[in-house]
Design a protein around this ligand. Structure first.
Ligand code: AMP
Ligand code: MG
Length: 326
């Protein structure tokens, strides 16, 4: 069985083709990069409309398949930016109708868990999902994936991007902050905002910019921001593990590409007698392969929708979607 998956929840348009053995046959991705400022939903959606047909053709070509050999079309139904979601869903509906294939809606956050779960072989992990718009600690319990902790304001990636743009850089901010942090040495005091299993970042943004105005160096600021923000994420992940009596962590989201965060979570998990796994970076960031793989699980469980009931759900919560394959 072969599934095609379409991802378009935010700035990334991506098409992946995956087998029922979780083998990624192809993955074609194109990221919208604003020339200035953050992501404007309409501009990102226009980008997706432009590139998705080409990405579908490339994914099919790279997988050496004919459309008739694809068994179902999956798409990210939510959560995400409405115009971006609609661009991907429209392409998915069109393919399902043209090829006469089942249409399978997928929750984006659940897809991050499922791709990490199958790649790691960890059956029941805690997911630390750290991306641009989302920051959540997620685990399975009583029939659903449950959000145990999350950001109370912005996603960690949006915080890093906003900080970097405010310092004169361009989107995305995570990778250049990672590079700067390697040259930093002094740990400057920043707000450490953990509330139970939740976190918040807006106070750190204000405090970092204030320190910069007083002359703190970019490497020291980057080092301090990473140390503080990633400690917060590691702490809430550890607390969730302890509460749920789990030992193993998987990572997902663009910020999970960060080596420092990976190292801190790994050290924490190993100190508790567990393990931590981060997918390869192409499958950590938003990607069509995770949508295809989760689409496969959902399809096997019968979660197919007719086109007229396939509306996107920009605010779809992780804990509202059924996961009968678990
Ligand atoms: P996503 O929303 O999952 O597509 O991830 C995009 C976010 O990941 C952006 O906010 C980036 O700044 C962030 N990001 C990407 N690479 C890194 C990195 N190496 N370190 C920290 N953040 C990163
Ligand atoms: Mg994501």
């Amino acid at each position: 069985m072969v599934i095609l998956g379409i991802e378009s929840t935010a700035h990334t348009a991506s098409v992946g083709i995956v087998t029922d053995q979780a083998e990624v046959l192809s993955l074609a991705t194109d990221m919208f990069r604003p020339t200035h400022g953050g992501i404007h939903p309409r501009e990102a959606a226009n980008h997706h409309v432009d590139v998705l047909p080409g990405l579908v053709a490339k994914a099919i070509d790279d997988a050496h398949l004919r459309p008739s050999e694809i068994d179902a079309v999956a798409f990210a139904q939510g959560p995400g930016l409405g115009p971006c979601l609609r661009a991907g869903a429209t392409v998915a509906r069109m393919l399902a109708l043209t090829w006469n294939k089942p249409l399978v809606p997928v929750n984006h956050c659940v897809a991050h868990v499922e791709i990490a779960r199958v790649l790691s072989g960890i059956d029941d992990p805690m997911l630390l999902y750290a991306s641009g718009g989302n920051t959540q600690v997620v685990a399975y319990g009583a029939g659903r994936y449950r959000v145990l902790g999350e950001t109370l304001d912005v996603g960690i990636g949006n915080f890093l991007d906003k900080l970097w743009i405010s310092m004169g850089g361009t989107f995305p901010g995570g990778p250049p902050i990672e590079a700067e942090a390697l040259r930093g040495s002094e740990l400057l005091s920043l707000p450490y905002s953990v509330h139970g299993m939740d976190v918040a970042f807006s106070g750190m943004l204000t405090a970092t910019l204030a320190l910069r105005a007083k002359g703190a160096s970019t490497p020291d600021l980057a080092f301090s921001v990473e140390s503080t923000a990633y400690s917060m994420l590691t702490e809430v992940t550890e607390r969730a593990l302890a509460h749920r009596r789990r030992t193993d962590v998987v990572l997902g989201g663009g910020v999970a590409c960060n080596e420092r965060l990976r190292g801190m979570v790994k050290a924490m998990a190993e100190a508790r007698g567990g393990t931590s796994f981060a997918p390869p970076k192409s499958l950590c960031v938003d990607n069509g392969a995770m949508i295809a793989w989760t689409g496969h699980l959902a399809f096997q469980a019968g979660l197919v929708v007719p086109v007229e009931r396939s509306a996107v759900q920009p605010r779809q919560r992780t804990d509202l979607v059924p996961t009968p394959w678990r």
